[in-house]
Design a binder for this molecule. Structure first.
Ligand code: B12
Length: 136
């Protein structure tokens, strides 16, 4: 499975991305990492260019809900990316807990999963996508 891994527009943290790349590669994924501080236009261009099976967005600086929403809205405005599975996770807000209203906005905008920091949940999500790709 080919994963496009990206930080969000305002987020300069990188070790989350290093960790996630290694983790995803250990799961057998091919990872295209485009680094931190990726604005919505660059993200869109990268998705069109690399045609990933899944986009994994990581944010830990506390602006994840806002940055994630802008990213998903921009991606879903692109007809070729309407069906791209998008998962967002990390330390998404500054409240220290999951903010359900923000999660609902993201899902409504077309984000497929909002996961927080749970890597098991990420594996479950990817496994479910892989099962969809290979019909019995
Ligand atoms: C190191 C660090 C920095 C370094 C970054 C160095 C680098 N090259 O990345 C520096 C000093 C540059 C930095 C800067 C800032 N930081 Co900082 N930083 C940290 C710190 C101490 C460790 C982060 C880290 O590298 N962890 C190791 C990696 C491997 O773990 P991780 O990032 O947590 O990622 C894991 C999970 O979150 C999860 N995960 C991440 N993404 C995803 C995605 C999915 C889909 C899933 C399932 C899971 C997942 O998996 C990863 C592995 O377990 C944390 C505090 C902490 N203890 O976490 C603060 C922290 C992340 N920073 C914080 C802040 C606020 C900032 C600044 C805004 C500070 C400032 N005022 O300037 C700036 C960022 C500016 C910007 N534009 O983004 C806050 C974020 C607040 C929040 N989210 O509630 C934290 C939490 C500190 C705090 N307690 O306040 N930071």
């Amino acid at each position: 499975m080919k994963i496009l891994l990206s930080g969000t527009a305002s987020d300069s943290h990188t070790w989350n991305l290093v960790y996630l790349r290694l983790f995803l590669e250990e799961q057998g994924c091919e990872v295209v990492g485009i680094g931190p501080c990726v604005d919505t236009e660059l993200l869109t261009t990268a998705c069109l260019r690399h045609v990933p099976d899944v986009l994994v967005l990581s944010s830990v600086n506390g602006h994840g809900y806002r940055d994630g929403l802008a990213a998903v809205r921009r991606l879903r405005a692109e007809p070729a990316l309407a069906g791209l599975p998008v998962v967002l996770g990390g330390k998404l807000g500054v409240a220290g807990h999951r903010q359900e209203a923000d999660v609902a906005r993201l899902i409504e905008a077309g984000c497929d999963a909002v996961l927080g920091e749970d890597l098991d949940a990420l594996c479950d999500f990817l496994a479910a996508r892989a099962r969809r790709e290979v019909p019995a």
